[in-house]
Design a protein around this ligand. Sequence first.
Ligand code: FAD
Ligand code: A2P
Length: 274
Amino acid sequence: MTDQSTVTEAAAPVRPMPDAQTVTAVTHWTDRLFSFRVTRPQSLRFRSGEFVMIGLPDDAGKPILRAYSIASPNWDEELEFYSIKVPDGPLTSRLQHIAVGDRIILRPKPVGTLVLDALLPGKRLWFLATGTGIAPFASLMRDPETYEKFEQVIMMHTCREAAELEYGRQLVENLRDDPLIGEMVEGKLHYYPTTTREQTDRMGRITDNLASGKVFADLGLPPMDAGHDRAMVCGSLAFNLDVKAVLEGFGLNEGANSEPREYVVEKAFVGDGI
Ligand code: FAD
Ligand code: A2P
């Protein structure tokens, strides 16, 4: 008699997957957005805000790798990611179907400019994000060092529709209820989500709400001042360019790991043809 399991294994050998990590949780937020958690390689050290390359093998077993911001803070035992689903995207057309127990590739070499070390000391820190650009700030908002270094932290997140804000909204809500970090963020973390296409209580592009002064008025905060305001920006190339112009208008200058200044920028994704 034939052993069926042996026959199946012989017909479809499991290909070795270097740097593989196991999926521990998956949450679908909209038909275009999901988040997931994976095991963390023991040797992986990173600074909150950095990104790594993650991926899956294609049909021929060749890795399809893409840059992903680590959305979890550096103290977390697992790693969290927040992802777009691009219908025909080489990676995300596959990645959106992962389930608990599946394995993904994770190259443990974190890099990136959205780190606290790349900013000069200051009093207020602005996180400015559209879409999945909130991912690095999901990490930094949960890192106690952010609140040790800054007196106030303002998270501005803008999407077309309210459902696209939900991952960030729940993250901030959980942070406020967290027994360890809740006290630390109390009165320090200002969350300012807006939509641009769906009618909601708070609307408008980040650029417009900064340039018009609406966000300062709404939060009861003084306008940006290069002497003590610092900012981190993560969105599409067009968004990043427009925000940079607004920040420069307030007198802030762009910094980098090698030369800390008043603000830093990273692309949330590389657009078509860019
Ligand atoms: P791709 O061929 O890579 O992209 C196809 C097209 O889809 C792009 O040309 C672009 O128009 C669009 N697109 C890709 N990514 C996005 C996005 N995030 N939001 C809106 N449109 C997009 N993606 C994430 O979902 N989460 C992250 O945390 C993240 N971090 C990144 C960090 C860096 C530094 C960079 C450069 C990119 C990051 N990306 C992130 C984008 C990611 O690398 C992939 O592009 C994305 O996963 C889609 O992969 P794909 O192979 O399916 O399609
Ligand atoms: P808008 O709806 O006015 O275009 P997208 O889904 O196209 O990636 O955009 C995500 C969010 O970023 C949307 O709310 C969009 O507003 C906003 N946005 C896109 N481009 C810019 C830009 N150049 N400056 C400011 N906000 C932008």
